[in-house]
Design a protein around this ligand. Structure first.
Ligand code: ZN
Length: 840
C-alpha cells in the first residue's frame, strides 16, 4: 500500500489569506493565497497539497521561487531558495475548474436554470480549490475574499466583514475564522432566500434554499436548528463558538449534509419540509440530520481528530448526539427506539461480515478515506459503542467528561484515547481498556448462553459463519441480565460459568448492546417466545430478540424457521420500530424464496397473515388524532400487504391512486406504496406519466417516491426506455443517479438489464463519481442484493479487476463475502421454507 507523507510535519500553516474569483460562464476560477506558517529548519523545499490547479506564480518571503507540480501525489513542491528564516509567507497565484462532480467547487442547478456555486471539501478536496496543507491536524485561521455577481447571496463560515462593489462584481471579505481544519472551509454563491432566527444567547441562525422552494418550507428546519443549538450549548456546557450559523439546502449535493463550521450544507431532502407533502418519517429524518451536523460544530469542528483513523470521533459521536438531541426536543417521537431499530441493526448486519473494518481503522492513503465513511460502521456501530460508554460511566459522568474534553482540547486535535481519558478522569472507571477493545476490533461477539438450573454457562466467539470454530477475539461484555440475579458487570473471558441465586430463565443483553445472544437450550428459547406472546417484553427487547434470531439464521447458528415462528408470535405487534425489524425478516425470507415458486407463494400468504391485523386497524387513510407510531406503521403494513398481492389490497391501492387528481396530493406517508402498486398493477400509462412528471418535481421527498415507483416496474421494455434518460442532467440530477441504479438492481425483474446497462456505462460513472465518497456504493449495494452463484460470477467478473482501486477494494471484498454467505444460507434454508407450515 502506498503511504502518503504528512505534509504538516514539515510545514505548519497558521493563517491563510485566500481570494477566489469564480466565473460561472467559463466554469473556471482564479485565485491567490497567502499562507503564513513555520517550516522545519533547514528545509530546502516545502510541499503543499494542490490538485488539478494551474499554478501561475509562487513567492516565498517575497522571493520568486521555482516550483513543481506532482499530480500523482496531489502536491505542489516549492523551492526555498535564499530563505533562512523558518517563519515564512508563501504567496501562490493559481487557476482551477468548477467541476460537475460534487466536490471542490461545483455548480448546483436550480429548476429555473440558475447556478448556485458551492464547495464540498471533506475529506480532502480543499486542495482542488487552493494550495494548502489539506490534513485535519493542520489547523489555521482563514481570511477569505470572494468575487461574485452583484445581487447574489454570498455565504462563508463567518459573517461578511466588508463588501465592495466594482461594476457588476461584488467583493466580499469575511471575518477571520477560528483556528480550524481545511476540510471545514466553505462558501456558497447564488440566488438564495432565507428565513432567520436567533438563539437565546444571540447566535444568528438562518436557513437558506434556492427560490424553487417557498420560504415556508424552511420553517421547520429553522425551528429545529435554533432549538438544537440551544440544547447543545447546554449539554456540552460550551457555547457555540461563532456568531452565526447558516444552514443551506443545495439542489445538488453528494452526501446527506456537511458540517462546514458556521455554514452547514445539505441535500434538499435533508433540510426542507413542506408540511403538506412531507412524510412524518422524512420530517424526523430532517431533525436528526440537523442535530447531527450541529453536534459536529463541537465534535469535529471545535475539537478535531488528528488524522482520519479517528474519523469515528466525529461521526460516531454525531450519530449518537443526533438521537440524544432529538429525543430531548421531541420526546413524543420515541426516537431512541428508532435508534435501536435503525442504527443498531444497520451496524449488526454489516459488522457480521468477515473482512469488515473496525470502527477505528488505520488509514495510509487519502483514497482510503472515502471507504471509511461506512454508514454502518463508523456512524451506526460507533454510535452504539459510544452509547455503551455512556451507560458504562453513567449519564451525568458522560456529560461531565465531555465538558472536560472540550475545555482541554478546544481548537485542537485529538485521538480516541483523549476522549477516554476525559471520561476516566470524571468517572474513575477504566474506560480506555474497556472501549478500545470494541472500537479497535472488527466484528462483535456471539454470546452462547446455556442455562440449566442454577448454572449459567457462557462462551464468546466472534459472530460469523459457523464454518469458523473458536475465534481468538475477546470482548469485555456487559451482560445486562434480566430479571436481576447475581450481579456480574463484565464477562471478559472466552468461556466460563456462573452460579446463580435463582433458577428462573434469564434474559441477557436487555439493553440491546452490540452483541448477539444465542440461547442454546430450546426450552429457554420457547420460554422467551412465550414472553413475547404474553406481552411481557418491552419493545426494545422484542426487537433485539427478533434481530438476534434472524442474524443467527443468516449465519447458520439458527434457521429461518425459528425467525418465522417468532414473527408469527408477533402478528399483533403495534410498535413501528419492532415492525421495522419484522419487515427486514420478511425481506430476507423473500430473498431465500426467490426463484422458488412454492416458497415464494408461501411467503406472500404469510406476509398477508402477519399484516392483516394492523391492516384492518389502520386502513389506507390517516385519522386526524392518530399517533405518529400509527402513521409510520401504516407505511410498513401497506408495503407488506401489497407485497402479498392479496386481491382486495391491490384493488384498494389502485382505488387510492385514482382518488387523487394530482400525484402531489397523495398523502406523503403512503405515497410511495400507492405509486409503486399503481406502476406494478395499474395501467401501463402510469409509468409514462411518472416519467414525464419526474424532472419537473421540486420537492425532493416526492421525487424519491416517484423514482422508487418507476424503478419497481415489471415491464422490461419500459424500464429499458427509461435507462436512456439516466445520464441526462435535465432528467436525473447527479446526486440522485445512484438511487435509480440501485433500485433497478433491487427489482428482480429489471436486475439483469440494469446490470448490463451499469457495466457498460461504468466509464461514465467513474468520470462523474470516481473521486466522490459515493463511488464505492455500487459494489456495496450489489453485494447486498445478489444471492445466487450466477450473480456471484457476474459480480466477480466485473468488480474483482477493480480491486486495485483503493477506494473500492474493501467494499468489493466484503461484497463477495456477503453474496457467498447468502448463497450458503439459501442452500441451508430455502427447502425448509417449502415444508414449513403456516399455522392458522
Ligand atoms: Zn457527520
Amino acid at each position: 500500500m502506498v503511504k502518503v507523507d504528512r505534509l504538516y510535519e514539515t510545514f505548519q500553516p497558521s493563517r491563510y489569506e485566500l481570494s477566489i474569483d469564480p466565473n460561472k460562464n467559463t466554469m473556471r476560477f482564479k485565485g491567490s493565497v497567502t499562507i503564513h506558517g513555520k517550516v522545519k529548519s533547514q528545509a530546502t523545499s516545502v510541499r503543499l497539497h494542490a490538485k488539478k490547479l494551474a499554478i501561475t506564480s509562487v513567492t516565498v518571503n517575497d522571493i520568486v521561487q521555482n516550483f513543481k507540480v506532482i499530480p500523482e501525489k496531489d502536491e505542489l513542491k516549492i523551492d526555498l531558495k535564499n530563505i533562512s528564516k523558518t517563519q515564512i509567507t508563501i504567496i501562490v497565484h493559481f487557476k482551477g475548474f468548477i467541476t460537475k462532480p460534487m466536490h471542490g467547487l461545483y455548480p448546483c442547478f436550480t429548476q429555473d436554470g440558475s447556478i448556485i456555486l458551492a464547495t464540498q471539501f471533506e475529506s480532502h478536496h480543499a486542495r482542488e480549490v487552493f494550495p494548502c496543507i489539506d490534513e485535519p491536524e493542520a489547523k489555521a485561521i482563514f481570511s477569505l475574499t470572494l468575487a461574485s455577481p452583484k445581487n447574489e447571496i454570498v455565504l462563508s463560515n463567518t459573517e461578511a466583514a466588508s463588501i465592495t462593489h466594482k461594476g457588476e462584481t461584488t467583493h466580499t471579505t469575511f471575518y477571520d475564522t477560528p483556528l480550524m481544519s481545511t476540510y471545514l472551509l466553505a462558501f456558497v454563491i447564488g440566488d438564495l432566500h432565507a428565513t432567520n432566527g436567533t438563539t437565546k444567547n444571540g447566535t444568528k441562525v438562518s436557513v437558506w434554499s434556492s427560490k424553487d422552494h417557498s420560504k415556508k418550507n424552511l420553517a421547520f428546519a429553522l425551528d429545529t436548528a435554533v432549538k438544537v443549538t440551544e440544547f447543545f450549548n447546554e449539554y456540552f456546557d460550551t457555547p457555540y463558538p461563532l456568531t452565526k450559523c447558516d444552514h443551506v439546502a443545495l439542489p445538488d449535493f453528494s452526501s446527506g449534509a456537511m458540517e462546514n463550521w458556521g455554514l452547514i450544507t445539505y441535500r434538499e431532502v435533508c433540510l426542507l419540509v413542506d408540511e403538506a407533502t412531507t412524510s412524518a418519517s422524512t420530517k424526523e429524518y430532517v431533525a436528526t440530520v440537523i442535530a447531527h451536523e450541529l453536534s459536529h460544530q463541537w465534535f469535529g469542528n471545535l475539537v478535531t481528530m488528528k488524522w482520519w483513523d479517528d474519523l469515528w470521533l466525529n461521526e460516531s459521536f454525531a450519530t449518537l448526539m443526533e438521537y440524544i438531541a432529538v429525543d430531548a426536543l421531541y420526546p413524543e417521537w420515541d426516537i431512541m427506539l428508532s435508534f435501536a431499530s435503525q442504527e443498531a441493526l444497520s451496524a449488526f448486519w454489516r459488522d457480521c461480515l468477515p473482512g469488515v473494518q473496525a470502527v477505528k481503522t488505520h488509514v495510509n492513503h487519502p483514497d482510503e478515506i472515502s471507504t471509511l465513511f461506512d454508514p454502518s460502521i463508523v456512524y451506526a456501530k460507533g454510535a452504539r459503542l459510544l452509547l455503551m460508554a455512556h451507560d458504562y460511566v453513567g449519564k451525568a459522568n458522560f456529560k461531565k467528561g465531555l465538558r472536560h474534553y472540550f475545555e482541554q482540547y478546544a481548537y485542537g486535535n485529538t485521538t480516541g484515547d483523549d476522549l477516554w481519558s476525559s471520561l476516566e478522569i470524571v468517572s474513575g472507571k477504566k474506560v480506555k481498556s474497556f472501549m478500545n477493545k470494541w472500537i479497535e476490533q472488527p466484528g462483535f461477539p456471539l454470546l452462547m448462553v446455556n442455562q440449566k438450573d442454577l448454572k449459567l454457562s457462557l462462551k464468546q466467539n466472534r459472530f460469523s459463519d459457523t464454518s469458523k470454530k473458536d475465534t481468538p477475539e475477546i470482548w469485555p461484555i456487559p451482560l445486562g441480565i434480566k430479571p436481576k440475579n447475581k450481579s456480574i458487570e463484565l464477562f471478559n473471558k472466552p468461556s466460563g460459568s456462573i452460579k446463580l441465586e435463582k433458577p428462573d430463565f434469564l434474559r441477557l443483553n436487555s439493553g440491546g448492546l452490540h452483541y448477539s445472544v444465542r440461547y442454546e437450550n430450546p426450552e429457554h428459547r420457547a420460554y422467551l417466545k412465550s414472553l413475547i406472546k404474553s406481552g411481557k417484553l418491552n419493545p426494545s427487547e422484542r426487537l433485539f430478540l427478533l434481530n438476534d434470531t434472524l442474524m443467527q439464521a443468516r449465519t447458520g447458528h439458527g434457521s429461518i424457521i425459528e425467525t418465522l415462528d417468532l414473527l408469527d408470535a408477533l402478528s399483533m405487534e403495534r410498535m413501528e420500530p419492532v415492525w421495522g425489524v419484522m419487515s427486514l425478516c420478511m425481506s430476507d425470507a423473500r430473498t431465500l424464496a426467490e426463484d422458488d415458486d412454492l416458497a415464494e407463494q408461501k411467503m406472500k400468504s404469510f406476509a398477508w397473515k402477519l399484516a392483516k391485523y394492523n391492516y384492518d386497524i389502520l386502513g389506507w387513510q390517516k385519522n386526524d388524532d392518530e399517533s405518529l407510531n400509527d402513521t409510520k406503521l401504516r407505511g410498513i403494513i401497506l408495503g407488506m400487504s401489497t407485497y402479498s398481492e392479496e386481491p382486495s389490497v391491490i384493488k384498494a391501492a389502485l382505488r387510492e391512486y385514482h382518488r387523487y387528481k394530482k400525484i402531489e396530493n397523495i398523502p406523503a406517508d403512503t405515497r410511495h406504496i400507492i405509486l409503486s402498486a399503481a406502476v406494478r398493477h395499474g395501467d401501463m400509462k402510469i409509468f409514462d406519466d411518472l416519467i414525464a412528471l419526474y424532472p419537473t418535481i421540486t420537492n425532493a421527498d416526492l421525487r424519491q417516491d416517484v423514482c422508487n415507483a418507476i424503478t419497481g416496474t415489471r415491464n422490461l421494455t419500459q424500464a429499458k426506455e427509461s435507462f436512456k434518460l439516466l445520464k441526462k442532467p435535465d432528467f436525473v440530477r447527479l446526486q440522485d443517479f445512484d438511487r435509480w441504479v440501485i433500485f433497478y438492481l433491487r427489482n428482480r425483474k429489471t436486475r439483469k438489464v440494469m446490470w448490463s446497462w451499469l457495466t457498460s456505462n461504468w466509464g461514465w460513472i467513474t468520470k462523474n463519481f470516481g473521486d466522490d465518497k459515493s463511488y464505492d456504493l455500487y459494489p456495496r449495494h450489489a453485494g447486498r442484493i445478489f444471492a445466487t452463484n450466477e450473480w456471484l460470477d457476474k459480480y466477480n467478473d466485473f468488480f474483482l479487476p477493480m480491486k486495485k482501486e483503493i477506494s473500492l477494494k474493501r467494499n468489493i471484498e466484503i461484497g463477495v463475502q456477503e453474496i457467498t454467505s447468502r448463497i450458503k444460507w439459501r442452500k441451508r434454508d430455502t427447502k425448509k421454507l417449502e415444508t414449513w407450515n403456516i399455522t392458522d
